[in-house]
Ligand binder design. Structure first.
Ligand SMILES: Nc1ncnc2c1ncn2[C@@H]1O[C@H](COP(=O)(O)OP(=O)(O)O)[C@@H](O)[C@H]1O
Ligand SMILES: [Mg+2]
Length: 200
């Protein structure tokens, strides 16, 4: 059966074969071959492990079908990237949903680490994808950084609506996340640290 490439991310090429998406982490010639191989292997393994965990938790993410050294076969999600539809959708509702979902992940000590609207697919509900940089952690700091990265993604790609979206997202996150007070306090520090960095 033929498979067709349908997307190329920063890390991988994505092929579709019926209802299966194959994420193939391509070689990066700018990395030393040994390091490149190790990185691709570890990210593939990490992503597969998290997808399995999410399936058990009944969290909306692609179902893992098979995993080899540098390839993951998973359920193909037939919907648009949130990045392409956020402005024309009910973005307050979507932002709320993301807040609740990120809180759920954090309550299970899962840090996404690359939460952007390109890594969310809009189905009947929002599905999170791209867990290659994700990891398990209970640390307040890691959760705060996750929030900060999402804010930066919103700000750069959705600059006309990002403030409203982020506010709604935060309110909902606060409602659902354990230790949300500490996490949001730390987020404030992380954000100001980021601003200082930029200023220099
Ligand atoms: N399971 C999937 N179903 C449908 N589309 C997907 C799926 N996984 C990835 N994609 C598409 O491929 C793109 C790149 O995949 P992603 O996992 O984000 O890789 P990268 O790490 O290279 O960004 C995504 O932005 C999305 O458009
Ligand atoms: Mg991606």
């Amino acid at each position: 059966m033929n498979s067709k490439m349908f997307a190329q991310g920063a890390e991988a090429k994505l092929y579709r074969k019926n209802n299966i998406a194959i994420k193939d982490r391509t070689k990066k010639s700018y990395r030393l071959p040994e390091i490149d191989k190790r990185l691709r292997k570890s990210r593939t393994k990490k992503e597969a492990k998290i997808l399995e965990k999410l399936y058990k938790l009944n969290f909306p993410a692609p179902k893992l079908i098979h995993c080899s050294e540098d390839k993951i076969d998973m359920e193909f999600l037939d919907g648009p990237k949130l990045r392409d539809v956020l402005e024309k959708s009910d973005y307050q509702r979507r932002s709320k949903e993301i807040g609740k979902k990120l809180a759920f992940l954090h309550n299970h000590d899962i840090i996404h680490q690359d939460l952007t609207t390109s890594n969310i697919i809009q189905m009947k509900e929002l599905y999170f994808i791209d867990f290659g940089l994700s990891f398990f952690s209970q640390r307040i700091e890691d959760k705060a950084v996750d929030i900060h990265l999402f804010r930066q993604a919103l700000e750069s790609k959705h600059y006309t609506i990002w403030k409203e979206c982020f506010k709604t997202f935060l309110e909902e996150y606060k409602k659902h996340a354990n230790q949300s007070k500490e996490i949001l306090e730390r987020y404030g520090k992380v954000a100001s640290r980021g601003r200082n960095k930029q200023a220099w």
